[in-house]
Ligand binder design. Structure first.
Ligand SMILES: O=C(O)c1ccc[n+]([C@@H]2O[C@H](COP(=O)([O-])O)[C@@H](O)[C@H]2O)c1
Ligand SMILES: Cc1cc2nc[nH]c2cc1C
Length: 581
């Protein structure tokens, strides 16, 4: 996936670009702007602040040979920041600020082709300087024209183009508007009437597009890949969950009646829009701009007992696949405009990247059939970690959260949690998971039966229940989902595994379920019982049973559409349409 992030100086475009790359464990940072030597203290500090925010996941390469570097490693997650400095650097290198004969056309074409051929996750930042008046100096115009041509060419090679204004993302720009015909990507010559009467910008001022100006501060987005210090009491002390705002919900229902459609004709889409509006506390709601997906990964001791169609080693392998952007969840998230990160909470391997494993509690779990999945202290740490992850994302501007799961064998503990909380028998909650055969199904049902004997003892003590029969991955999911509700941030629940953690979260923080909707109905039988317990009707029913957050990510565009309906549809009055009354 290739994304071009455009924006003015201090618009928040670099922070947005970094948030799009929150998932991969390593990111190559192609810096195009040389750090000035000498006395420009403010500029050096600014560059350092950018570096600090990006953190240790980033490897910096400073070069103007963008096309060469992109082609040298076309699969590595890469951030290019930014194209304004690149144009400046090329003009400086060719000493061509005053030489109209140097048009950079070959360099621009080469860059566009290298971007088009890139296979991995690529985010390119570039200043948008075309919205201001045409500069009065020849060099100023030259820079504006060249950068406009570069932006148009690179946009044509990207699937996504976003514009960031005052920290808000006007995204994504529709492809039919971004893909200009080839002749429009040549040097533009449409500078016209709006020539600046004011002072002439200096060339270096225009070229160094990130230069600090005035006292406006860029929005601070915390480094979500940093590990917070955890407070274990965070696993036991939950404030009272407020409900979404019912007055705002009522306003949204009234607004829907004014829109140019028969009443209730958009069915459940209308209910979803009302719900998001009430979660945000504002009508019309704000468009969903920064949905964030966290896949909680962990192994389960019971997987060694032949309860899954796949070997436990697949968990670690899939963690790497998700971190590298190759899993189903990455594909679905890219299409839906969501960022993905994977967290190793308890994978049975020490190979994960330290960032991915920053909250790791232990390797795999003990035997849930004996009520010994993990210790209470481990359960506390995992719940607190899930809460910290949700806090970080909400602090960073996330406006919708999705939890996903990855762990061979995890449908067994999930069935135990669901059976315990909904009071159902093992043969009713057991499912085929990844596709276990009949012999495996019998072993799995017996394991669930044994786990339920211990689970039921802790029916009214969610933390002890997690410790006895779950694992750090499920516990972290529960903390994450409860904290999202406390932070008044809507959640789309995924399938059977995540929803089993949601049942626990709703015990930890009663009322939390008001902040969740169900993305889909998994084929796992336990999922239906869990949804009924939470009073949630799934948006989609596509016979999915993958996990990873895939069902929620598939439902995300529906939720975003429901919000846009409330924002963008014309009213009967505005459109001059007879409302039939
Ligand atoms: O969440 C679901 O609805 C779901 C249903 C079936 C399978 N899964 C995924 O499959 C894995 C667990 O399946 P199993 O058979 O190994 O217990 C795990 O990685 C889950 O993400 C997930
Ligand atoms: C390959 C594979 C991918 C998965 N994603 C979630 N659960 C999974 C289980 C398997 C086996």
């Amino acid at each position: 996936m290739r994304t071009l992030v455009l924006g003015g100086t201090r618009s928040g475009k670099s922070a947005r670009a970094e948030s799009l790359l929150a998932g991969p464990s390593h990111v190559r940072y192609l810096a195009t702007g040389a750090v000035p030597t000498g006395d420009d203290q403010a500029w050096s500090e600014r560059v350092q602040a950018h570096r600090d925010r990006r953190g240790a996941r980033y490897t910096t390469v400073e070069s103007l040979d963008l096309a060469g570097l992109l082609r040298a490693d076309p699969d590595a997650a890469t951030l290019v920041d930014d194209l304004g400095n690149w144009v400046t650097g090329l003009l400086d290198a060719a000493d061509a600020w005053d030489d109209e004969a140097v048009d950079l056309a070959a360099e621009i074409t080469e860059l566009r082709d290298a971007v088009a051929e890139f296979r991995g996750q690529l985010v390119i930042v570039s200043p948008e300087v075309g919205l201001s008046v045409v500069p009065a100096t020849a060099t100023g115009r030259r820079f504006q024209d060249l950068l406009g041509a570069v932006n148009a060419a690179v946009a044509g090679a990207c699937e996504n183009v976003e514009l960031v204004v005052a920290g808000r993302i006007l995204a994504p720009l529709p492809a039919d508007r971004t893909a200009l015909p080839a002749d429009r990507t040549a040097l533009p010559d449409d500078r016209a009437e709006t020539r600046s009467p004011a002072r002439n910008p200096e060339p270096e001022e225009l070229g160094r597009s990130e230069r600090p100006q005035g006292s406006v501060k860029a929005p601070k987005i915390p480094e979500t890949a940093a590990r917070r210090e955890l407070d274990p009491t965070d696993a036991e002390v939950f404030e009272v969950v407020d409900l979404p705002d019912e007055d705002v919900a009522e306003s949204a229902r009234r607004r829907l009646l004014t829109l140019t459609k028969p009443p209730n004709s958009l069915g459940r889409l209308e209910d979803i829009g009302v719900w998001i509006s009430s979660c945000q506390g504002v009508c019309p709601p704000k468009a969903i701009r920064s949905p964030q997906i966290v896949v909680f990964a962990g192994d389960h001791g019971v997987a060694r007992e032949g309860v899954s169609a796949f070997p436990p080693e697949v968990t670690a392998q899939m963690v790497t696949n998700i971190a590298e952007g190759g899993a189903a969840i990455n594909v679905l998230a890219r299409r839906a405009g969501a960022a993905v990160q994977v967290l190793d909470m308890s994978v049975d391997s020490d190979d994960a990247d330290p960032v991915v494993a920053r909250y790791k509690v232990r390797r795999s779990t003990g035997d849930l059939r004996r009520g010994e999945a993990m210790t209470l202290a481990e359960a506390r740490r995992a719940v607190a970690a899930g809460r910290a992850v949700a806090d970080d994302l909400v602090d960073a501007g996330a406006d919708l959260l999705i939890a996903g799961d990855m762990g061979i064998g995890n449908t067994t503990p999930a069935a135990v949690l669901t059976g315990t909380i909904t009071g159902k028998e093992p043969v009713v909650v057991v499912g085929r998971g990844t596709g276990v055969d009949d012999a495996g199904w019998i072993r799995k049902t017996a394991a669930i039966r044994d786990g339920l004997r211990f689970g039921r003892r802790h029916r009214h003590d969610p933390l002890s229940l997690l410790a006895a029969v779950a694992g750090p991955d499920l516990a972290a999911m529960a903390g994450f989902l409860a904290q999202a509700a406390l932070r008044k941030t809507p959640v789309i629940l995924d399938g059977m595994v995540v929803t089993s953690a949601a049942l626990v979260a709703n015990s930890l923080a009663p009322g939390a379920s008001a902040w969740w909707c169900a993305g889909h109905r998994s084929t796992e039988p336990a999922h239906g019982f869990a949804l009924a317990e939470l009073g949630l009707e799934p948006i989609l029913d596509l016979s999915m049973r993958l996990g990873e957050g895939s069902g929620a990510a598939t439902a995300l565009p529906v939720v975003a559409d429901a919000v846009d309906i409330l924002i963008d549809m014309a009213t009967f009055g505005d459109a001059g349409v007879d409302d039939g009354s």
